[in-house]
Design a protein around this ligand. Structure first.
Ligand SMILES: *Cc1c(COP(=O)(O)O)cnc(C)c1O
Length: 227
């Protein structure tokens, strides 16, 4: 077995164990393999192991890969400039990073009436200035607008906690996300099936706190070259 598929199976095993420890059904957690800046050959190799969901940050790079492997499930997990919206319509299973009025308006304009696009709202719980995502107080006005866009299916929330904080602080952020999701479900009377949270260094804690989608790059593909 190659080093790459070795690492992939090891991540799968860790997910199995984390689900067991959290008394969660393994089918409740989807692994998105984050393949940004990695070549299509690596994606093909992991896909051959049975992996279906892949995450990309950069639209141009993603579109090329989607063209080569159209039958996989593709996720946008990076910020999207609203001028790129036209190019992403009907290409991705889930857009994880809806967080701006301008992107919302573009989606409303560009998605054909008879189709829907699954989206997650990116939340900036830690109020980090350099990161995108809605601040808590931005959520009500944003939801008011988003709920009126028939072509988007608001399927849950996504977050990326600060990187250099103690594990228990990260875990507290994850727990806060779960509570926020439950509050929003009650308040808006909608079902938000997904919580997209947890990366290579913290996905086990995310699973403990209710993540339904984890986004793992480095632990599967190794360190990214261009970083
Ligand atoms: C790159 C990226 C990941 C994957 O991070 P790793 O630490 O490599 O697992 C997950 N989520 C987002 C939003 C990313 O940009």
């Amino acid at each position: 077995m190659s080093e790459l598929s070795d690492r992939y199976y090891s991540v799968c095993h860790t997910i199995d164990e984390a689900c067991k420890n959290a008394s969660r059904n393994r089918s409740e957690v989807t692994l998105v393999a984050v393949s940004k800046l990695h070549p299509i050959e690596s994606i093909k190799e992991i896909a051959a192991c049975g992996q279906k969901d892949f995450g990309e940050n950069y639209i141009q790079e993603a579109l090329k890969k989607i063209e080569e492997m159209p039958d996989l499930n593709w996720h946008v997990i990076g910020p999207i400039q609203s001028k790129k919206t036209k190019e992403i319509i009907n290409k991705f299973d889930i857009i994880h990073t809806l967080a701006s009025d301008s992107l919302l308006a573009e989606l409303a304009k560009r998605i054909p009436e008879n189709t829907t696009q699954k989206v997650l709202l990116q939340i900036n719980l830690a109020r980090e200035e350099q990161k995108s995502g809605l601040l808590i107080e931005d959520i009500p006005p944003f939801m008011e607008k988003a709920l009126q866009v028939k072509q988007i299916d608001i399927a849950g929330l996504m977050c990326m906690p600060p990187f250099d904080i103690p594990a228990e602080t990260t875990r507290a952020y994850f727990a806060q996300m779960r509570k926020l999701k439950e509050k929003m479900e009650t308040y808006y009377g909608i079902n938000l099936p997904h919580l997209s949270m947890g990366m290579s260094h913290d996905f086990e804690d995310a699973i403990k706190e209710g993540a339904t989608i984890i986004r793992v790059g480095t632990d599967i593909f190794g360190v990214r070259e261009n970083q």
